[in-house]
Design a protein. Sequence first.
Length: 366
Amino acid sequence: MFNNLYHNKKVLVTGHTGFKGSWLTEWLLLLGAKVSGYSKDIPTQPSLFEALRLEDRIQHHIGDVRDKAHFLTALQETRPDFVFHLAAQPIVRQSYIDPSETVSTNVLGTNNVLDALRINNQPCTAVIITSDKCYHNVEWTWGYRENDRLGGNDPYSASKGAAELIIHTYFTSFFQTGSSPVRIASARAGNVIGGGDWADSRLVPDAFRAWATGEKVEIRSPKATRPWQHVLEPLSGYLRLGECLAKSKDLNGESFNFGPPSEQSHTVLELLEALEASWKLNDQIIVGENPGFHEAGLLKLNCDKALHKLKWQPALPFPETATFTATWYEQYYRQEQSANLREFTSKQITKYAEAARNRNIAWAIQ
Ligand SMILES: NC(=O)c1ccc[n+]([C@@H]2O[C@H](COP(=O)([O-])OP(=O)(O)OC[C@H]3O[C@@H](n4cnc5c(N)ncnc54)[C@H](O)[C@@H]3O)[C@@H](O)[C@H]2O)c1
């Protein structure tokens, strides 16, 4: 996988205690990387990070990306070949409750990571994770392309659009020059689902939390369409981007979308019904009142650039995406607890890689 590029490489993951960060850390360990993580806290209880006992297998730093001096010290100690920056306040609803915290974490935090890379001035390939919400969303039918206008009506989306501007600025001002040893690229993906997410105010964790205790789940925007994809899909994109960026300076400063095929947009209700069916439940969804704050209705990504330049494409159709997710939570809530979770999780990564190999996707066959 990934031409074995990550084997024995030092990789620093910010946000490694979060949902995506924990999956990425597990995958990097499977690839033979030496992983360090930098996060403010373990954001949920329970958490995938603890369920996989990742702390015992990596260099675990607790720190705030808003504290540049502290992050710089961690970077200098680690001397990573690769950085994946995922640390963020990622919840739209929370961004309405505390916009300053969202903006400081997502904008200043990203600025600090980039500035630390600049000051450190060592060879390093950095993939900075923003979001599909970085685009000025006019709710049109077409997928957004990487050169479409940035924007954001809610504080979270605006913070990710602003982070993109900062990334671009660091590229043009510092990392573009031939003498800079740092290469950067940004990665934009949408709503991901998968086992081990326990964030508040997210549909899938809310559903499994409710169903695991015999309750119904209440949803507020049943017809809202999201480009659902399994968490391993964008992660394969981030890893592929890191690989290609390390090999080719032509990708320096570029941005990439990683989303599902255009036809794989399903409503909130369709997703929940698929998960409910996988758990062999019936009639466990209640449609409640609209949440009362603005959240974009339709948002699709055009991923032609990732296909063309990285030979990346999604590997899991919608039914498998739902099954992968539901079976993980089944393992957690309905089987003998935890002991097998690490094995089960790495088997899902292997199974996902097999699905990608069967589709001849470049990262999986090289
Ligand atoms: N989950 C999704 O559906 C989704 C969709 C699009 C983009 N993203 C982006 O992917 C990234 C990871 O998202 P996630 O779902 O895993 O989030 P998460 O909430 O599960 O994890 C967030 C991580 O960031 C860390 N963090 C938060 N504030 C920090 C700070 N000030 N300093 C250091 N660490 C801090 C947390 O400790 C945690 O490790 C984020 O950048 C998010 O915006 C996520």
